[in-house]
Design a protein around this ligand. Structure first.
Ligand code: BES
Ligand code: MN
Ligand code: ZN
Length: 497
């Protein structure tokens, strides 16, 4: 679908469909009122009759509206005016796009952006309209023998932005919205692909393609290289699998050499069986999503490169399967990490931290300004925060604040969790420097505490996306999170420098 922006009043447009909003008190939005004047009160009469109650997300398609050039008018309920904030704006755009797809309209103009009740600038409104629209029309039918649903006829969306003075901000919003949408789409595709297709080698191939398309530097380390570097913990996870592990590095240089990079480290477990500490069968298929951290790193780099952001970003992806087998790591095995610290692996299902810790040590060589790792790390995080917020842990207050703020702007929220040393005691081991699990209490915190032991040399944050990276049930599928958060974080940093 193509997007464009246009200033001007709604009634002056010919086309497939004009979309305007109605508040719950039967109040027409400004755009709806303008249209209504041309239509000689037709819209107001429909609302008065009770056919459109203005409840958030309600929709009504009208044909042959008097004096209106457009073939259709779509009324969208906005809910109470006083409650119309970020979420309501995004929900009403989503409802509009769903209703538009149900019509045969090939193109439409959307007039929800002008609603003044949203306390956001035009840049935000346009960029969110684009990402929401792309989210609604996203399909993953690459693995079906033939597509289940016909592609929507809708192929062009014109976003109305009121007066001309808003054009420049709107254009920047459109650019960011598209870049984020493309990044999310890549992340979703990679997450949704089954583990027999999306292997560590496949992720490496994707990274190579990104590098070629956007002129980034790419490097893929093989088993032998990892052995030389002493990546004992990463290799201990990989050794049960016949799929060779890969350590993928992508470097985007949008700023001068002297600027220290932001390093993004993404957990790339392409399938997590649990290893010898094997997982129960129900829902185990969802462990194909255990590489969503990696996918979000690739998606974010794509977005950043598409926007040509003036900032340096390095992506590091440790990629492997976690399988049981004759060579697999056994509970009680002790391995030495690249940092030299020894670890007693009491549960082979706590594998994410084992691959991330070596990747964090490896990150040191890029002399990072800050390192952010992103991982579907713990079931405990899902219990703590559900599917709404990602868990955020950091050894630096300022970085935590930046990430929280970016998540708020991007509608991809994270919640700051504690990382006090008191929790470190749970990782004590009788035989090695420490263990890879800390028992059931505060499971997402002890996982972060484990990682913190490998992040002492730089500012670092960890995002546990176990509850936010994908949806289960009828709508099973990757969400593309936290590409919006990470991209916004980098956009903010690029603007600051
Ligand atoms: N990939 C899982 C975490 C996970 C589980 C994410 C369920 C989403 C849904 C991770 O590797 C894992 O298995 N973690 C264990 C850690 C435990 C053994 C300390 C967990 O959360 O159960
Ligand atoms: Mn696991
Ligand atoms: Zn895992």
């Amino acid at each position: 679908m193509e997007f464009s922006i246009k200033s001007g009043l709604p009634e002056s447009r010919k086309g497939g469909c004009t979309v305007v909003g109605i508040f719950e008190s039967r109040k027409l939005s400004a755009a709806a009122a303008t249209l209504d004047r041309t239509a000689k009160g037709y819209l107001a009469s429909i609302v008065k009759r009770g056919d459109m109650d203005g409840k958030l997300g309600a929709t009504l398609v009208l044909h042959n509206v008097p004096n209106i050039a457009s073939e259709r008018v779509l009324l969208v309920g906005l809910g109470p005016e006083a409650d119309f904030h970020d979420k309501q704006y995004r929900d009403s755009v989503a409802a509009a796009i769903k209703a538009l797809i149900a019509t045969g309209a090939k193109e439409a103009s959307l007039h929800l952006t002008e609603i003044s009740a949203v306390k956001r600038d035009i840049h935000w409104r346009v960029s969110h309209a684009v990402t929401v629209a792309r989210d609604v029309i996203y399909r993953f039918d690459r693995m079906k023998s033939k597509p289940e649903t016909a592609l929507p006829a809708l192929h062009r969306l014109v976003i109305g932005v009121g007066d001309k003075s808003a054009q420049r901000q709107a254009a920047a919003g459109l650019e960011q919205g598209l870049a984020v949408a493309h990044g999310m789409s890549l992340a979703k595709d990679l997450g949704n692909l089954p583990a027999n297709v999306c292997t560590p080698a496949y992720l490496a191939e994707q990274a190579r393609e990104l590098a070629k398309r956007y002129r980034m530097k790419v490097q893929v380390l093989e088993c032998k290289d990892m052995e030389k570097l002493g990546m004992g913990t990463l290799l201990s996870v990989a050794q049960g699998s016949v799929q060779p592990p890969k350590l993928i590095t992508l470097e985007y240089r949008g700023a001068g050499k002297s600027q220290k990079p932001v390093v993004l480290v993404g957990k790339g477990v392409t399938f997590d069986t649990g290893g010898i500490s094997i997982k129960p069968a129900p829902e185990m298929d969802e462990m194909k999503f255990d590489m969503c951290g990696a996918a979000s790193v690739l998606g974010t780099l794509k977005a950043v490169a598409e926007m040509k952001l003036p900032i340096n970003v390095v992506g590091i992806i440790p990629a492997t399967e976690n399988m049981p087998g004759g060579r697999a790591t056994k509970p009680g095995d002790i391995v030495t990490s690249m940092s030299g610290q020894t670890i007693e692996i009491l549960n082979t299902d706590a594998e994410g931290r084992l691959i991330l810790c070596d990747a964090l040590t490896y990150a040191e060589r890029f002399e990072p300004d800050v390192v952010v790792d992103i991982a579907t790390l713990t079931g405990a995080c899902v219990i703590a925060l559900g599917h709404v917020a990602s868990g955020l842990f950091s050894n630096n207050e300022a970085i935590a604040k930046e990430l929280i703020a970016a998540g708020d702007t991007a509608n991809d929220r994270a919640w700051h969790m504690p990382l006090w040393d008191d929790y470190q005691e749970q990782l004590k081991s009788n035989f090695a420097d420490f263990a890879n699990i800390g028992g059931r209490p505060a499971g997402s915190i002890t996982a972060a505490c484990f990682l913190a032991r490998f992040a002492k040399k730089f500012k670092w944050a960890h995002l546990d996306i176990a509850g936010t990276a994908w949806k289960s049930g009828k709508e099973k599928g990757s969400t593309g999170r936290p590409v919006p958060l990470l991209t916004q974080f980098l956009v903010n940093r690029a603007a600051r420098k």
